[in-house]
Design a binder for this molecule. Structure first.
Ligand code: C5P
Length: 222
């Protein structure tokens, strides 16, 4: 085993999509694989952190060394994250659904011949990253992700401000990033923007975990 600079630290990681039920058999979801979030959890554990990984439904194996809490919905994910506090750092890599179905049908919605489709009304989900950033027990370092298809860096800079987090890892998802093996990211911090080369998601995770270790080791602000 290598050096364990995160020994004694607790890091919370969110990963994967959320599933938002419409009725007992249908749900709203997205294409997140959980690959990047799970890789981050694994990389942090390898550096000695106690890792709580709150994951939506994914087919990724559990990262060795992480405690994995499985959830379905954004509301459940927020509750699991808050229950896991305190933490020294939180990395929100989950692709949380922005909306859930406003009403949950107790029975399977039926298709009635001759009738128009039922309306699907949406309600806003809680923002887990923003909640953790403004939490009374805020982790010292809070990191969010931004999946963008245009104006990647300027949107990420604005998102960092809006969410109140310390860093945003911004990626351009216009290509094959979602579900793919590689990621090209820009790290947006208070100090500016770092452009990273296109790297395997495991390598992005390793670099990010090393920066988390460095930041928690220093007394300075993120
Ligand atoms: O607002 P947007 O979804 O683009 O922000 C992405 C970042 O916010 C990611 O870090 C994601 O994990 C987090 N997020 C969240 N809860 C939400 C929506 C996004 O934690 N409801």
């Amino acid at each position: 085993a290598g050096p364990r600079p995160l020994a004694g630290r607790h890091v919370l990681v969110t990963s994967g999509p959320t599933h938002e039920p419409i009725d007992p058999v249908r749900y709203i979801a997205n294409r997140s694989s959980g690959r990047q979030g799970h890789a981050i959890a694994g990389a942090l554990a390898r550096l000695g952190a106690r890792v709580t990984l709150v994951s939506g439904p994914v087919s990724q194996p559990d990262p060795p060394g992480a405690t994995v809490l499985r959830v379905e919905t954004a509301v459940e994910m927020l509750a699991a994250c808050e229950a896991a506090l305190p933490a020294d750092a939180a990395i929100c890599a989950a692709a949380v659904a922005d909306w859930r179905s406003a009403g949950l049908a107790g029975q399977k919605l039926k298709k009635v011949p001759g009738q128009p489709p039922p309306p699907l009304e949406l309600a806003l989900n809680p923002d887990i990253l923003a909640s953790l950033s403004g939490h009374a027990r805020r982790p010292r370092l809070v990191v969010g992700f931004a999946a963008e298809t245009e104006n990647v860096v300027s949107n990420a800079v604005a998102k960092r401000q809006r969410k109140g987090c310390d860093w945003i890892v911004a990626n351009d998802v216009s290509g094959d990033v979602m579900g793919g093996a590689e990621n090209a990211v820009h790290l947006v911090t208070a100090g500016g923007v770092e452009d990273w080369p296109r790297l395997p998601k495991e390598e992005v995770a390793g670099r990010l975990a090393a920066l988390v270790a460095e930041t928690l080791a220093g007394g300075a602000e993120a």
